[in-house]
Design a protein around this ligand. Structure first.
Ligand code: NAD
Ligand code: ISE
Length: 337
């Protein structure tokens, strides 16, 4: 069986996922695209055999030749499309963040819960990265004893001019908010966010860099440095300090060059390069579930809601200068297994 997919939002990651769905993974076909920029949608559609542009995301969702929906538009637009896909009873893969406020995520969770089975998967692709998976296995197999601390860094080479302080939190650090919950299999209960001295490369309004400090239910402390305009490449780091030792993500397995008294190795340019394989695995697993008639089992609406709730608390902490509590509603049974 081939899953016919409609893609809403054909910008940077939308186009990268279309390449993935049409050239890398098996079992998928892109039959429809939509974008607020109709010329862009038409151009992208014309390059894909059997694909046509829809006038809007909501029109795409109800088309007969669309079995499942991929939402890769801007974060604040996600809620509308995910809720419409649930109303149509169609599986929907939504890039992170699921939505940009806890309230919006809650409306998605309520719609899916009312539907009665899982339709939504959120694009937290780090859970599919071989290095993060190995790090998590090292912690969960217990040999290092109790995890105590985690140090993370999310250093971006350069961001677009419209990248805001809010996006440092709900677009960039949202990845760590999810992976810390996943790493330790528990919720984050408190967050403190502070800005360092202003990075002169960044526009005045962008609070860059930030440091976020999270406390989990069991008391693990995790910190994340978020650097928007690092200028040297894309550098993602993670290290867990546990009772009997330390486990960390490795440097990527690249060739090391010794030349003119220097030892050097390439640094990924951005997330596409660093997480290339993780996105491929993420989509192949999603498609395999759909072709075998099973609901998605990757990061859920609940995971999207929990991460965005942490992001809301981090934004509050940044504004008040105090720690902020993370307050989650009761977890519906749909997400407990
Ligand atoms: P982008 O600006 O390059 O592309 C977004 C596209 O969506 C644009 O073409 C825009 O015209 C379109 N769009 C916006 N509103 C729309 C609407 N209402 N209907 C239809 N189309 C609409 O942005 P991007 O970098 O591709 O990011 C898109 C999403 O993907 C964001 O949520 C972002 O956080 C996420 N993302 C995830 C990762 C990851 O590593 N998982 C990486 C990059 C981006
Ligand atoms: C981008 O939207 C992503 O999701 C990348 O994975 C992340 O590293 C980057 O900070 C975000 O802007």
């Amino acid at each position: 069986m081939t899953v016919r997919i409609g893609v809403i939002g054909v910008g940077m990651i939308g186009q990268d996922h279309i390449r993935r769905l049409t050239q890398v993974v098996t079992g998928a076909q892109v039959t429809a695209v939509a974008d607020v920029d109709p010329a862009r949608a038409a151009e992208i559609a014309s390059a894909i055999p059997g694909c046509s542009a829809a006038a809007s995301g909501t029109e795409l969702i109800v088309r007969d030749d669309v079995d499942a929906v991929l939402v890769t538009s801007w974060g604040p637009t996600h809620e509308e499309f995910v809720v419409a896909a649930i109303a149509a009873g169609k599986p929907v893969f939504c890039e992170k963040p699921l939505a940009t406020t806890q309230e919006a995520c809650l409306r998605i969770v309520e719609a899916e819960t009312a539907f009665g089975s899982r339709l939504v998967q959120v694009g937290f692709m780090r859970r599919y990265d071989e290095y993060y998976r190995a790090l998590r296995n090292t912690i969960t197999d217990g040999a290092l004893g109790a995890p105590l601390l985690m140090h993370c860094a999310h250093r971006i080479g350069t961001v677009a001019p419209n990248f805001s302080t809010e996006m440092m939190v709900n677009d960039a650090a949202i990845h760590e908010m999810d992976l810390i919950r996943w790493m330790f299999d528990e919720e984050i209960v408190e967050v403190t966010a502070v800005a360092a001295r202003h990075n002169p490369t960044s526009k005045d309004a962008l609070r860059d860099p930030l440091v976020l400090l999270f406390t989990t239910e069991s008391g693990v402390l995790a910190n994340v440095e978020v650097l928007a305009n690092g200028g040297f490449g894309y550098d993602i780091r993670g290290e867990v300090v546990a009772q009997h030792g330390v486990a960390a993500l490795p440097e990527l397995g690249q060739v090391m060059v010794k030349r003119a008294g220097q030892l050097s190795t390439p640094i990924p340019g951005d997330w596409r390069e660093r997480f290339l394989r993780a996105y491929d695995v993420e989509f192949q697993e999603w498609i395999d579930r759909l072709t075998s008639g099973q609901p998605a089992n990757g990061p859920s609406s609940w995971d999207g809601l929990a991460a965005t709730t942490v992001a809301d608390a981090a934004t509050e902490s940044l504004a008040t200068g105090h720690a902020a509590a993370v307050s989650l509603p009761e977890k519906p049974a749909l997400y407990t297994s």
